[in-house]
Structures are given as C-alpha cells and as structure tokens.
Design a protein around this ligand. Structure first.
Ligand SMILES: *Cc1c(COP(=O)(O)O)cnc(C)c1O
Length: 402
C-alpha cells in the first residue's frame, strides 16, 4: 500500500530525539528556543513562538487580539475544521465565504461582501501550499471605506487601526509570494507541524509575527511565552536556576508550549527542508506531465508569476463528475493499493456547522471543487516508481468510472 503522507523518520531524527531525551531537559528549553530562532530566520519574520499545535496557537492569538462574543472573523468555507473551531471557542462568529474559480483559496471579492463593522480578523488559508491573493487582501483592508468601518475594542486594535490578517499557513511553510516567504506576508501567520504536514514535529505549530510599527516584537514574544504557559512569569527552565523557584501568575493563561522532543524533530526537518521541497516539486511536475494533456483532468495551480507553492497537496480535479463518481474513483484507486484523500469537505457539509445554520447551497464554488477533487500522495520518500503506480491507479480508476 502506498501511504498518503508518512513522516520521514530516519536515523538523523532518531539521534536528535535521543539526544533531547537524555539531555536532562525534555520540555520547552534550548531546542525549542533554537527552533523558534531558525524559523524566524527561514521566514524572515520578526519573531516566532513555538506552540503545541496550530489550533492552540491560533486560539491564543485570537484571544490576544481580543476576539470574543459580538465579533466576526472571516474564514474560507473550504478548509479544515480547525480554522472554524478556534473562532467558535472564543464566542465570536465565523463568517464563511466561498473560494476562487481558478484555485482553492478564499475569494477576495467574497471577503469584501462579508466585511461588516464587527469584522476584527480575516483568516486566509493557503490551501495545498499556494499563497492566497495577499496584495488584493491587503489593499482591501487598507481601503479608506473599510478602515473607517473598523471598530476597535481594545488598545491593540486601536494601534493597528484596521482588520488583522492572521494567515492559516498550516499548508504553506516554505511557500512564497512576490519573493516573500510564508510567515512574513500576513500580519501574523500560524503554521502546523502536525504529522501529515510538510514539516512535522509529530504535533506542533508556530506563530510568526510581522506587525507594523509601533508593535514591539520583543514584547510580543515575551507576552506569548507567558500566555502559552499558564500566565507564569517564569518558565520551567528558568525556575531551575539556583534560588529562582519563586514565580508569579500574571493572568489565567493557556497551556500549549512546545517540548524539546518535538523541537528536536523540527530542527532536523528544517535543516533539510530544501530537499523536501525539491522532491515535492519533482512529484508535482511528474503528476502534471501525466495528467495535463488528458481531457478529464484539471491540474492544480502551484506556480504563478508571483506565487510559489510549498507543494503540500496535489489537488487533482476530474472534469464533469459528481460526488458519487468521485467517491467510486477513489474506491478504485484504493483497490490498487494507493492511498488518496479529499481536501476538503466544505464546512457546511459537516454536522456541527450544518446544525448551526451554515448552508452548502450558499457556497457553490466550494461544493463544485469538493465534488470532483482527489488529493494524490506527495512526500519526500515517495519514489519515482511509486509515482508511476499512483498515476496508473488514477488513470485506470477514471477510465473504469467514466
Ligand atoms: C492541519 C490543519 C490545521 C490544524 O493544525 P493542527 O496543528 O493539527 O492544530 C489548521 N488548518 C488547516 C488548513 C490544516 O490543514
């Protein structure tokens, strides 16, 4: 069976994890701090806070920005449930909008229609690793009529004076937009290092900051380190220093720090990330070559004049099929021992969101894309031979069904 997205665990990873385990310090410590520094360097962002997952990091960020009951946060309807759930946890309303015709990303036109005086934050999602249309988005939130509508409810919001852009970059670590790396495009960017993501720490995430003046990023870093550790004025490592046992709790904080065991995996992953992206791009090109000339195939956009994907998901579409046909094609592909997936089920198709009134008929583009989409395996250790096996399985399955 060809798996969909296994992690690359080899001797190098084992050695570094082992070194962390026997170092005498296994929770947040020197490896996590180094990992944060290396991420900031890689993305050229102003500061990075490592966390236990994208979900926890984004939720702390929403609360830091002051999101709560009465606020609206705009998210795409075509995303993983995490993007919506963190908004619901705060008591704010998730305003879901439809996606583009050409790619799977949030439509800036639809965002424009959805903005109200309650909008406090927009969360674009770089689906499959392709950056969203950030120039258009940034122009939109800075447009005088949109800025005038913005209704700040705390000091930070007053200071920014406009809607915050917090990117869901769970897929796009290593992607770039006009030469700028994901992590340094939006005001704030959250990455996921979950096991199936491009760069993994088993579970984990990072928040990268890129706020305009006069936001002070050293202060923000300190503030978040406290927020993600119960509001404690000192972390566990500082408390071990001679006589430094005493600490204060400044606020009732959260508990979502990254451990040095996770960071050990991440440091190795990051060190060789360029190889990973290189191999992923080769696989994307091989799939393109196999499918691009076929009338039933619509291959995904992953490079444009200004965008380069992180090659996270190869989102193949089959022309003119419905959901049932897509499902039966997937079954046939699995019958040939190849794992594939669907990214994503638009949120209103899922019970939790349907029950509170979101309706899929409001999102025709998302439904259309979902009903004919199949994501193919892409990962560093996928061999050329395996790529051929995937291609043949897909072709056979489509020919059998159409
Ligand atoms: C994986 C994923 C997340 C959640 O990441 P976790 O690290 O598992 O919390 C959020 N958004 C998208 C689009 C994802 O694919």
């Amino acid at each position: 069976m060809i798996p969909f997205s296994p992690p690359r665990i080899d001797q190098k990873v084992l050695d570094e994890v082992n070194a962390a385990l026997i170092s005498g310090w296994i929770t947040t410590g020197p490896r996590t701090k180094l990992f944060e520094k290396k991420i900031s360097e890689y993305c050229s962002c102003k500061t990075t806070v490592a966390v236990s997952s994208w979900t926890n990091g984004m939720e702390v960020l929403l609360r830091w920005w002051g999101i709560g009951p009465g606020d609206e946060v705009i998210i795409p309807v075509y995303t993983y449930c995490a993007s919506a759930n963190v908004v619901f946890h705060t008591g704010a309303k998730a305003i879901m909008v439809d996606i583009n015709k050409e790619d799977f990303n949030i439509s800036i036109e639809k965002i424009k229609e959805a903005i109200t005086e309650k909008t406090k934050l927009i969360m674009p999602v770089d689906i499959g690793g392709l950056p969203c249309d950030y120039n258009e988005l940034i122009a939109l939130i800075n447009a005088p009529d949109i800025k005038r509508m913005f209704n700040p409810s705390n000091k930070k919001q007053e200071q920014l004076g406009r809607i915050l852009v917090a990117a869901d970059a769970a897929h796009s670590f290593g992607a770039s937009y006009m030469g700028i790396k994901s992590g340094n495009i939006a005001d704030v960017t959250c990455f996921s290092f979950h096991a199936v993501k491009n760069l993994t720490t088993a579970e984990g995430g990072a928040i990268c900051f890129n706020l305009p003046e006069p936001f002070n990023h050293d202060e923000i870093y300190k503030e978040f380190c406290i927020k993600i550790l119960h509001g404690q004025s000192k972390d566990a490592l500082s408390k071990t220093k001679k006589g430094a046992w005493k600490y204060d709790v400044i606020e009732p904080g959260y508990k979502c720090n990254m451990t040095d065991i996770q960071a050990a995996i991440g440091l190795i992953e990051l060190e060789r990330y360029h190889e990973n992206l290189q191999r992923r791009s080769e696989i994307f090109r091989a799939y393109d070559q196999a499918f691009q000339s076929l009338s039933w195939a619509i291959t995904p956009i992953y490079e444009t004049d200004i965008k380069t994907s992180s090659y996270h998901l190869y989102l193949l579409r089959i022309n003119n099929i419905n959901e049932e046909q897509r499902d039966s094609i997937i079954q046939s592909i699995f019958d040939e021992d190849v794992s594939v997936n669907v990214h994503f089920q638009p949120l209103p198709l899922l019970t939790a969101y349907k029950n509170i009134g979101y309706d899929i008929s409001d999102y025709p583009e998302a439904y259309h894309k979902f009903s004919c989409e199949i994501s193919l395996p892409v990962y560093y250790t996928l061999s050329d031979e395996d790529v051929l096996k995937v291609i043949n399985a897909v072709k056979n399955a489509v020919n059998k069904t159409l």
